[in-house]
Design a protein around this ligand. Structure first.
Ligand SMILES: [Zn+2]
Length: 493
């Protein structure tokens, strides 16, 4: 199949052929997975590093570090092992113990209705393997980036907390006040924050050198992950007191202002936590203030990861709206309870008009909230033309990958190839990359003027198009994705 000029898109012969192929494998899970594995998926924009690394890796690191695992709670801790603990190295000689740890540290084999809820089992895993992840940030990253590359992803934004210890110490000298400018001055006074920003920058540089080494990037055995562009999102525990939360928020904007690859912030830990709920509106006002102070730095927020019963009914009515309208979040993570929001239709229209994208995490929502299929707002968001992409949230704990999420969406919502292409393009369109988009307008997927007469993704674009691609990290990755689509459509069309 010959690639068709951009002007002839959408609906060129390649796409129609792929559409037929998809329909021929739609009910064959193994062939559907193989097709979706090859799909150029762009980026995974919502994943937490410690929850994304595979559980097998965490178990092997626990053994390597000679940690001990409590036989009842499965909490890992430093040795020597006491009563009621077993050495993590036992996992290599005792398959039953290995299996028990695997099930305790992930959703593997989890059966709802036997006491612990999916929600509690999911969130409890992090406390069990917490002693493993801290010292092994880069090993975890290598695992996640390698997996991304193997699934034809080009880009990853992963959430972690950089410099958490020093930031927490700094926050203890900050007194909360509603005068946010004064509180920010406290955070920045004395130069401690400047030192933390420099340390975070040095840490990223060292991490990336080590990452490239773990992925064998300079060798013939280079991992497919070597081609994945990685950026970071500073995650902030929303269950902390306001002086702590604010200090961490300032750190994220300072990192971004310093040109770090930490380009955004997100608020984490259960949205229904006592402090999360108490301070939800306060956090949104803090972000509104900081947004006005810092031109750099992006905001994406977990909002509406809630269902009736988990919180009081009134808590379902305002979280997404506050995140969009007060905190000016550019992306929303989950947004599951959107139909419970006050004036949901108006909110959905506003999100579409302002191109506020939703990071959809289907398996996570099924496991934690027990929301799936027709009960999930995925079709509603599509009806309102809110930009969407698929992401993984915690692919390690959930025992999934991004391909699995594309498969779930394809099957549950009978998506067409054109829909999959839009989801994949939307990820790069809303990635926190610098530079102008390849597209003429947000989410239009029609090329901007400099590339309007080029075949999308062609190896030798025109001079004006080349100039756009050279000036923009975003457009450049988008162009690469279009080249991948051309190859994909030749293969399957
Ligand atoms: Zn998340």
């Amino acid at each position: 199949m010959v690639a068709v000029p951009a002007q002839a898109d959408p609906g060129g012969g390649g796409e129609a052929g792929v559409e037929r192929f998809l329909n021929s494998v739609r009910h064959d899970p193994a062939r559907l997975r193989s097709f979706l594995l090859d799909l150029p998926k762009g980026g995974d924009l919502h994943n937490h590093l410690s929850g994304a690394a595979s559980t097998e890796l965490l178990i092997s690191l626990a053994a390597q570090d000679n940690l001990c695992i409590d036989s009842t709670t499965f909490v890992a801790a430093g040795g020597p092992c006491g009563a009621g603990q077993r050495p993590a190295t036992d996992t290599s000689s005792d398959p039953a113990f290995h299996r028990a740890v695997l099930m305790a540290w992930s959703m593997e084999g989890f059966q709802p209705g036997l006491g612990e809820s999916g929600h509690d089992h999911f969130f409890n895993t992090f406390g069990k393997f917490g002693a493993v992840t801290g010292p092994h940030r880069v090993e975890l990253l290598a695992d996640v980036v390698d997996r991304a590359g193997r699934q034809n992803e080009q880009y990853l934004e992963t959430m972690l907390t950089r410099q958490g210890g020093p930031l927490f110490t700094l926050s203890q000298g900050v007194t909360f006040t509603e005068d946010f400018a004064a509180m920010r001055a406290q955070v920045l006074a004395g130069g401690t924050m400047a030192g933390i920003v420099a340390a975070a920058g040095a840490e990223i540089t060292a991490d990336e050198a080590r990452l490239r080494s773990l992925l064998s990037c300079a060798t013939l055995a280079a991992s497919p992950g070597c081609g994945v562009t990685v950026q970071y999102i500073q995650q902030i525990n929303r269950n902390n007191p306001p002086n702590v939360v604010f200090t961490f928020m300032v750190s994220a904007f300072e990192f971004a202002a310093a040109g770090h690859r930490t380009v955004a912030l997100n608020m984490v830990s259960p949205e229904e936590g006592e402090v999360s709920i108490r301070d939800y509106r306060l956090h949104m006002r803090m972000l509104e203030f900081l947004r006005g102070v810092y031109p750099q730095g992006h905001i994406t927020l977990h909002a509406g990861e809630l269902v009736a019963g988990l919180v009081k009914p009134e808590e379902l009515t305002y979280h997404i709206s506050q995140a969009v309208r007060i905190a000016h979040a550019e992306r929303i993570g989950h947004g599951v309870d959107v139909l419970g929001e006050d004036d949901a239709r108006e909110l959905l229209r506003a999100m579409a008009d302002q191109h506020v994208m939703v990071e959809i995490n289907l398996t996570s929502n099924a496991q934690i909230l027990e929301v799936s299929g027709p009960d999930h707002p995925f079709p509603t968001y599509r009806d309102f033309r809110v930009p969407l992409t698929l992401s993984t949230d915690d692919e390690g704990v959930s025992r999934i990958d991004l391909t699995h999420e594309y498969q779930r969406a394809t099957t549950d919502y009978r998506l067409r190839y054109r829909d999959l292409k839009t989801l994949a393009r939307t990820s790069l369109e809303h990635a926190f990359l610098t530079g102008a988009s390849l597209w003429r307008g947000p989410d239009t997927f029609r090329p901007a003027a400099p590339c309007a007469h080029d075949r999308l993704g062609e190896p030798r674009p025109s001079a004006p198009c080349r100039a756009l691609l050279a000036s923009s990290a975003k457009a450049s990755l988008q162009w690469q994705q279009e080249a991948k689509f051309t190859a994909f459509e030749r293969r399957y069309g």
